[in-house]
Ligand binder design. Structure first.
Ligand code: SF4
Length: 173
């Protein structure tokens, strides 16, 4: 499976790097930062705070995985403030993560994307339970990961020049 995943990451993303799961840092401060609602997703999704729940049991779960990969997708914009193209880029990332998720259906895994979970056309939060708890994907930030630091540690470029946006995601196996 690892070879298949690496092949997929190689083909579909700009860069990827294997990471040491035991060295992942989950910051409760960053997790709490979501309360500022800079992305507008706070309290709207089971995979965003506060719906995602306490960080502690999540960390225990994530650290039980043996292997991880961080990867990125670089989107070139026609101009630096083109939010429509940024959103299109985020959707491309989401579609690729859904494909990865399908490939991993038979093995335990956790995927972390850019933005709240978008597996369903509309999230059930907070009226009823998550439709796909085993597949729902939080963002890296929602679980307190400092993406800039992790990218540096993994040797992945965070910035790819003016008029670009770089989306990061991670998979644990
Ligand atoms: S799988 Fe569906 S219900 Fe669950 S968090 Fe994602 S969008 Fe919401």
């Amino acid at each position: 499976m690892d070879t298949k995943v690496e092949q997929f990451l190689q083909e579909q993303f700009h860069q990827f790097s294997q990471i040491d799961v035991r060295e992942l840092v989950f910051s409760s401060e960053l997790h709490k930062y979501c309360e500022r609602n800079a992305c507008g997703k706070y309290n709207t999704n089971w995979m965003c705070p506060p719906g995602i729940g306490d960080l502690k049991p999540l960390i225990t779960k994530y650290l039980s995985f043996a292997k991880g990969y961080l990867f990125n997708l670089v989107i070139t914009l026609s101009d630096v403030f083109n939010y429509e193209e940024m959103e299109q880029g985020r959707k491309i990332m989401e579609a690729k993560l859904k494909t990865l998720q399908k490939q991993l259906k038979s093995v335990p895994h956790a995927i972390f994307g850019a933005g709240g979970c978008s597996l369903c056309p509309s999230c059930t939060y907070p009226l009823s339970t998550c439709r796909k708890p085993g597949e729902a994907t939080p963002s890296l930030e929602a679980v307190g990961i400092d993406v800039y630091q992790l990218a540096s540690k993994a040797g992945l470029k965070y910035y790819h020049g003016p008029s670009t946006v770089t989306y990061f995601a991670m998979v644990l196996l």
